[in-house]
Design a protein around this ligand. Structure first.
Ligand code: MV4
Length: 499
């Protein structure tokens, strides 16, 4: 096992990885920017190295500074977390060249999944189902029209590089094809420096189901159940759950074994995720994420496997600590991403100081976070406040616990998306497990969010008037009647009862 690991990330995921280090008896090194001088993760680490100004391009994305910090502190390995340098093959290579273990797959595995066209080709050759379409870049207008005709409209044009839905174009009719291709090419060229695009059959209502996989250095590769991630907005996942409501043991085995085949085809090592689109009993490879994902905790909750520790021990050359048939699924887990953003204002970021903060607890609740009362959420990075995870014996119990936890959550000082989560959790279709990637729009969830925000404002104001707008009195009563405290999250409330 390593003696010391550098964590090349920030916020909750840096803490998640350092927690794994602590349990393994491994020392941790944090790297931090100007904006993160007071961040929890920099205090949690055994050592912290300052790496530069707040913009991530000058700190968390600066490969040389991070490698230098590792060499300086004697860290033998670097964990990249998610985002930043996690899926950058050049960074994995730079670590390799400096004799530092990159905790993740090889740079060639990362590279293989970087181009969507290459990934499709490799998956097709490995016998992994892919959506009907082209396995090479397209540019000849007549050829494109022929292919679209053959696979049938609607079709979708996607950039070979990049991801996150940028530059994708859905085409319903032949006459819209040529302009859509031209537009997708130009967007891809400016966004990713590569204008290559390809064509797929467009699936109208897919579910997003992804399989967690783990592989060690000896090629032992297992699937660790699946996650359903269909509740997302503009390609930003907001709620994930495990297992998937549509899963059966037979389908899990079939999809899981295909996920393992996908991983083996690129000689994968470490933790990874194979994403599928699922539609009416059929499923297709979408992409592979060569990192530990944001939503990994729900898999940990239902399997009892510590994916972060497993990832570190595999990187240290150890074998996987479990085999495929030892994995058992216990209960159900749901994750809500609690973000400092305003769901009433197009989910605009709402950075600022957490004047009051109290996270929920009790049976079946896990909160992964890097914040504390008084902490200032910086404007430079993502707006994640915490990952709220609820586990129960079944889906209904997990939902009930999540609703109870959302009710307990106290966050004053920034606007959060908690009302959004409340709206989804009480939705009938969600409760039936009848979801797809268009759920938020189809169910007009934002209208329900408006109602919830208005209701809470009314309750808050009636409480304030009953107590004579005396903030000290309100604080005292609120503390006694813990429930009401959760209603107290208006911006005007200074919170602290000055005594
Ligand atoms: C699709 C699709 C339907 N048909 N491809 C969105 C992100 C990008 N990586 C792939 N995406 C999609 N590709 C075909 N052939 C629908 C989506 C899609 C989606 C996929 C997964 C999760 C959420 C999504 C939301 C909108 C669209």
């Amino acid at each position: 096992m390593f003696k010391k690991i550098l964590v090349a990330n920030r916020g909750e995921i840096a803490i998640r990885i350092m927690r794994a280090c602590r349990e393994l008896g491994v020392l941790s090194v944090a790297v931090y920017s100007d904006a993160d001088k007071n961040a929890l993760f920099a205090k949690y680490a055994d050592e912290a190295v300052y790496i530069g100004p707040s913009p991530s391009s000058e700190s968390y994305l600066n490969m040389d500074k991070i490698v230098k910090a590792a060499l300086q502190t004697g860290a033998e390995a670097i964990h990249p977390g998610y985002g930043f340098l996690a899926e950058n093959p050049a960074f994995a290579k730079l670590c390799e060249e400096n004799g530092i273990v990159f905790i993740g797959p090889s740079s060639s595995s990362i590279d293989a999944m970087g181009s969507k066209i290459t990934a499709r080709q490799m998956m097709r050759d490995a016998g992994v189902p892919i959506v009907p379409g082209t396995e090479k870049g397209i540019s000849d207008p007549e050829e494109i029209a022929d292919i679209a005709e053959r696979i049938g409209y609607p079709v979708i044009i996607k950039p070979a590089a990049g991801g996150g839905g940028i530059g994708m174009k859905i085409v319903d009719r032949p006459e819209d094809l040529a302009p859509a291709v031209a537009s997708a090419q130009s967007i891809a060229a400016s966004a990713f420096g590569d204008g290559t695009v390809y064509l797929e059959k467009y699936l109208t209502e897919p579910r997003h189901i992804e399989f967690q996989i783990m592989a060690d250095n000896r090629g032992r590769t297992v699937y660790v159940s699946e996650r359903e991630c269909s509740i997302q907005r503009r390609h930003q996942k907001l709620i994930e759950e495990a297992p998937s409501p549509i899963m059966t043991p037979e389908l899990r085995k079939r999809m899981g074994e295909i996920a393992v085949r996908a991983a083996k085809a690129i000689r994968y090592r470490s933790a990874g995720t194979v994403e599928f689109m699922y539609s009416h009993g059929d499923f297709y490879f979408l992409e592979m994420n060569t990192r530990l994902q944001v939503e990994h905790p729900i898999t940990e909750m239902i399997t009892g496997i510590d994916l972060a520790k497993e990832q570190i021990s595999v990187a240290a050359g150890e074998d996987l600590s479990f085999s495929q048939n030892e994995i058992e699924i216990r209960g159900w887990a749901i994750e809500c991403r609690i973000n400092a953003e305003d769901p009433m204002n197009d989910f605009a970021p709402s950075p600022g100081r957490l004047k009051r903060y109290r996270s929920p607890g009790g049976p079946g609740i896990r909160v992964d976070s890097g914040v504390y009362t008084g902490y200032v959420i910086p404007p430079y990075y993502d707006s994640l406040i915490s990952k709220l995870v609820a586990h129960g014996r079944d889906r209904n119990e997990a939902i009930a616990r999540m609703e109870r936890a959302l009710y307990e959550y106290i966050i004053v000082g920034v606007t959060t998306n908690i009302p959004f989560h409340k709206a989804v959790l009480r939705n009938e279709r969600f409760r039936r497990g009848d979801i797809n990637t268009h759920f938020i729009r189809e169910e007009n969830i934002l209208d329900d969010v408006k109602r919830i925000v208005a209701e809470e404002k009314e309750k808050r104001e009636s409480l304030a008037s009953a107590l004579g707008a005396d903030t000290r009195k309100i604080a005292a009563v609120s503390a006694a009647v813990g429930a009401y405290l959760s209603l107290y999250r208006s911006d005007e409330d200074e919170g602290e009862a000055k005594s």
